[in-house]
Design a protein around this ligand. Sequence first.
Ligand SMILES: [Zn+2]
Length: 325
Amino acid sequence: MVEPQPPAASGRPGLGLTGFVADRARNSPPASSAQELDQQASSELEQAAQILSAGRFAVLTGAGLSTDSGIPDYRGPDAPQRNPLTYQQFVGDESLRRRYWARNQLGWRHLRRAQPNAGHRAIAELEAAGAITGLITQNVDRLHEDAGSVNVVDLHGRFDRVVCLACGTEFSRDQIAVRLDEFNPGFLARAEAGGQIDLAPDADADLDSAELIGSFTVAPCEVCGGMLKPDFVFFGENVPKDRVERSFGMLAEASALLVVGSSLTVMSGLRFPRRAVKAGKPVVIINRGATRGDDLATLKISAGVSESLSRLAARLSKSAGDQVQ
Ligand SMILES: [Zn+2]
């Protein structure tokens, strides 16, 4: 079974930091109705808390979790059209592979600098309080782990690791960055001199200079000389079986599923709410805007992710604590 990875050919915003700020401002409610909206949000969050406090629940997160950490979402109104590279293109086409690595060499630094936000911290708090069975994330940015979450499945991989497709050796992305810098002296400075570079949550960067990309040298595996690939699940590639099984295990132990900040566009994410519903477990979705799983949701809250999670965690950590006593 082919598990498409996030980006979906239909375009990732790559809003860049400036675009992101504008997007947030646009989503803010007008001052006059803020109180009314707040009351509505409180009542929806209370409903969510009641559903989720029936037992421990599993959590599934997506790119919307990290927008408040300055990592733009894949999708949005200002999104430039981008075609994500498929696994087959990556392994089969040397020039596309070179382009991919050149852009990743810019983009991964942005993810490395990003810090977890209140939403990530709230989920870590829920885990510490014993309220959740585990966390499945579609994000590759590792911000959940940075915030203190322990039982995490990085469904689509992680930006800070590189694997050799021939011998299986794993390298840190830092290590590979040093080698790429050695092979490509001056590349970063020249690329960054070109002005603002839009970024995507999969560490892609919007670099199109044919000259910079054409002259980029890709690093081979130091152990065997084989082909290196960032440890992401590419479009057209399967999510590794052990990750899927661990995720299903988290869901099996749970009495409900909370989906946060994911539009559930790809099947690798959508299958979790589907599976929950099939097992008769309620699904709560918190996401600004429609998701592909809205018709599966017992409760859908269209609101800011960080703030909603903070409020939910404050409410649920307390009730989880009460149950323990
Ligand atoms: Zn190797």
